[in-house]
Ligand binder design. Structure first.
Ligand code: KIV
Ligand code: ZN
Length: 540
């Protein structure tokens, strides 16, 4: 991890998009997608990446291990794996983070009475012992051990102090205080952190971290109060994705600390007027990271979302527009440039060659395989024929699409629709199946997309319910690429799909097939593993 001369004066950003963020329904990512996100998180400048929960599944283990290998470099972020407080979990986490230059094991056990009685069925004395023993066990693999008392927000503070003291004595270098159910209010959460500072005798030997969910919409406010009371690590996710209402949003925390640094400076022992950033985040990478995570997880960003929503920097009313034209500061507290919103440069055109295309993708952080690159280049040329100027966002849309394909599964070969005011929408589709065969079918529907989806269903034959469908344009202009994001449900599980094309019917077909591929992959994996192993990871 990048070190600061005085760690008390900097806020550590711990990103858990790939672990807690991925726990939200439908946000499941494959290993390649996780790698792309991890590389972008490193470019964004996060200090720690919680890359997954290594013990949870072979896929999670592989993701943590490959991220540790490729992103966990000398100057890169710390790569962390979550582990319940058991030897099996901790050993798996240790093995997965091994390739990283800086690796961390994050182990946890619940401390609230409600969790002890109903979930763990353990006494406080037992939990104290387990926490201490398992931190010591984790410490036998790495110096960097984080301990979390799950549901700290609803735990008895006196018991919490004891558990934290024991965990630090056993070697925890970070103690993380989770508001697991998003229950606390800012004043309470700040008070909890102050209480820990004042009542845990060895707290000076660990960094206090906070983790929180947004059930009452208070996660970011709680964290900012925690910072004022001594927290120096914030656990957050891009776009605030995560279990239920999500986690604290990284972009909101970082921009609050950045925009209001003069307010926060004194709480970190700095001079109020200091302009030095409070985090090591390169804020200009925020918008791009948000788009990437939204595209790959299929979790759309609401237009009025703070910092990264489509309307976050838009001024609609005449009075506001007039004010901003006279002086931006009348209605803007942040510069859109500071989150990289205007970095969508026109970079390539019809005459750009493969080399320039590949070089720009590399600068944008995409490392495509030879095959992916060939396909992406063909799509770029097709797009350049239709659209004079190709921007970074267009390139991202193409590259994301290629990364998301699972070539061994279904692939759209042809989509043809006939529709209009006087006709019955009819679609014909040809899909390349997992065995390499091409299958064609046709259907009618209430509209062209419905007809296409019905035709695809006739080929794929995987029952599902479409629960979300959205089309957004990547850039302005009538020739813009349209991005389609869909979510579907199969036996209670949600799968998302995303695709981009200047033809939104084609993008709709590809997004649907993309989601069906994920569904198909999950069904196959479960069949291969056998029902017994597909149970969710349980509490201790
Ligand atoms: O919300 C929570 O309590 C967690 C812990 C595992 C840190 O995610
Ligand atoms: Zn959590």
């Amino acid at each position: 991890m990048k070190t600061e001369s005085n760690p008390d004066q900097i806020i550590i950003i711990f990103d858990t998009t790939l672990r807690d963020g991925e726990q939200c329904p439908g946000a499941t990512l494959n290993v390649d997608e996780k790698l792309v996100i991890a590389r972008q998180l490193a470019r964004l400048g996060v200090d720690v990446i919680e890359a997954g929960f290594a013990y949870a599944s072979p896929g999670d283990f592989e993701a943590v291990s490959r991220i540790a290998q490729t992103v966990g470099t000398e100057n890169g972020p710390v790569i962390c794996s979550l582990a319940r407080a058991t030897k099996g979990d901790i050993a798996a986490a240790a093995e997965a983070i091994k390739p990283a230059v800086h690796g961390r094991i994050h182990t946890f056990i619940a401390t609230s009475d409600i969790h002890l009685q109903h979930k763990l069925r353990k006494t406080r004395a037992e939990v104290l012992e387990i926490a201490s023993e398992m931190v010591a066990y984790a410490k036998s693999f790495t110096d960097d051990v984080e301990f979390s008392p799950e549901d700290a927000g609803r735990s008895d503070p006196e018991f919490l102090y004891q558990v934290l003291e024991r965990a630090i004595a056993a070697g925890a270098t970070t103690v993380n205080i989770p508001d697991t159910v998003g229950y606390t209010t800012p004043a309470e959460f700040g008070g909890l952190i102050r209480g820990i500072q004042e009542n845990v005798p060895n707290i000076d030997q660990a960094i206090i971290s906070v983790h929180g969910h947004n059930d009452l919409g208070l996660a970011v406010a709680n964290f900012l109060e925690a910072v004022k009371n001594g927290a120096r690590q914030l656990e957050c996710t891009i776009n605030g994705i995560g279990e239920r209402a999500g986690n604290a949003a990284l972009e909101e925390l970082v921009m609050a600390l950045h925009t209001r640094r003069q307010y926060f400076n004194p709480f970190l022992g700095r001079a109020a007027e200091s302009e030095a950033p409070l985090t090591q985040i390169n804020t200009r990478e925020i918008y791009k990271t948000s788009r990437l995570v939204s595209n790959l997880t299929g979790m759309l960003v609401q237009p009025n979302k703070a910092i990264v929503g489509a309307n976050a920097f838009a001024h609609e009313s005449g009075i506001h527009q007039d004010g901003v034209l006279k002086n931006r500061l009348t209605y803007e507290i942040m510069d859109a440039q500071s989150i990289g919103l205007n970095d969508n440069l026109i970079v390539l055109g019809k005459h750009s060659g493969r080399h320039a295309f590949q070089a720009r993708l590399k600068e944008l952080g995409f490392e495509l395989s030879e095959d992916e690159l060939n396909k992406a280049f063909v799509r770029f040329k097709e797009l350049a024929d239709k659209k004079k100027e190709i921007t970074d966002w267009d390139l991202e849309a193409i590259a994301n699409d290629e990364i998301q394909q699972a070539p061994e599964l279904f692939r759209v070969e042809l989509v043809q629709v006939s529709c209009g005011s006087q006709s019955c929408p009819t679609a014909t589709v040809t899909l390349r199946t997992p065995t390499g065969a091409e299958l064609t079918d046709a259907a009618i529907g209430t509209g062209p997309v419905d007809a296409v989806y019905r035709a695809i269903n006739r080929v794929v034959n995987l029952p599902n319910e479409l629960i979300e469908f959205s089309v957004q344009s990547v850039t302005a202009g009538i020739d813009a690429i349209g991005e389609v994001t869909i979510r579907l449900r199969h036996q209670g599980r949600v799968f998302s799909g995303h695709a981009a094309s200047t033809d939104i019917i084609v993008a709709s077909a590809q997004a649907y097939v993309n989601a069906l591929n994920r569904l198909h992959g999950a069904v196959e994996a479960e069949t291969a593993r056998g029902a017994a192993q597909t149970k969710p990871v349980e509490a201790l």
